[in-house]
Design a protein around this ligand. Structure first.
Ligand code: AMP
Length: 288
């Protein structure tokens, strides 16, 4: 199946009129990989054979800070369309910057306290940019369901919260994180990594696994075990440059307190060379 490609709002409106419900939206920045494919498959599963899967491809300038990789972020619409075709996508909406932001975006979404920590602390303005574009995409495409990946766990939690707090009436579906066979979380940015940087980057999932394995000894042991692996990698060649390591309540993103029981989320961010990577794994904690 060849998806309909809409490059403008008018094109999208025309395509949207022909879409049979349920309409399932998958927002992406393109350069699609196996992680995105998992979202596309989930979207088709939710839509069923009669419903419609709508994929947006837009590298959102609002969520990139000065000095980040907006200019060099990988873009390959031809390959993206082929992948969307293979995964049964109905419509691809790929607007240009003026199509998405026809005027200066003066009013934006405030992500609140959950958007100030971790990714929000490391990348000021990031979640304002993300939630603003997601809200615009929701308004432009009017989906019944929207699918997001657990790879960006804080983003998923914030989208859920925005949808609830603004009564948007869209079901948010989360898809488990997809990894390459070597354990690295699949990411469009992985193509920036040299072979030696990639080997270094593997300390990120290794640290999270070490944390998971220490779960029986409590939250502090989890952070200590994961921290040790990151420390070792920070002395490697090339070095891993850790940004944060945190164990949080998956709904509020507040750090877990001693005595926390249930599933927590262990998250880490680090740089290998110039490439910033994030990863997370669930950790089940009992009573301490
Ligand atoms: P992006 O194109 O990086 O903005 O990602 C678009 C969507 O795909 C987001 O909801 C991501 O969380 C999701 N995604 C990206 N990589 C993965 C992965 N490795 N596993 C699961 N979901 C992913």
């Amino acid at each position: 199946m060849i998806p309909i490609l809409a490059r403008t709002r008018r094109g999208l409106d025309a395509a949207r009129h022909g879409m049979t419900p349920p309409v399932v939206l998958v927002p992406t920045m393109g350069a699609l990989h196996d992680g995105h494919r998992a979202l596309l498959r989930r979207a088709r599963e939710i839509a069923g054979t009669d419903g419609s899967v709508l994929v947006s491809v837009f590298v959102n300038p609002l969520q990139f800070g000065p000095g980040e990789d907006f200019g060099r972020y990988p873009r390959d619409l031809t390959e993206d369309l082929a992948i969307c075709g293979a995964e049964g996508v109905t419509v691809v909406f790929a607007p240009d910057r003026a199509g998405m932001y026809p005027r200066e975006q003066l009013v934006t979404v405030d992500p609140g306290p959950m958007g100030q920590v971790l990714e929000g602390a490391s990348r000021p303005g990031f979640f304002t940019g993300v939630l603003t574009v997601v809200l615009k995409l929701f308004q432009l495409t009017l989906p019944d369901v929207a699918v997001f990946g657990q790879k960006d766990a804080q983003q998923l939690a914030l989208v859920r919260r925005m949808t609830a707090d603004f009564d948007l009436g869209i079901a948010i579906d989360g898809v488990p994180l997809v990894r390459d066979p070597d354990g690295l979380a699949t990411s469009s940015r992985n193509r920036y990594l040299s072979a030696s940087e990639r080997a270094t980057a593997l300390a990120l999932p290794a640290a999270l696994r070490a944390g998971q394995e220490a779960a029986g000894d409590g939250s502090e042991a989890v952070l200590a075990a994961a921290g040790q692996v990151l420390d070792r990698a920070s002395r490697g060649d090339p070095p891993l440059l850790p940004d944060y390591l945190a164990l949080v309540d998956p709904e509020t993103f507040a750090g877990v307190k001693p005595g926390y029981a249930g599933t927590a989320l262990l998250l880490a961010a680090a740089r290998a060379g110039k490439t910033r990577l994030i990863d997370n794994m669930p950790v089940t904690l009992g009573r301490e």
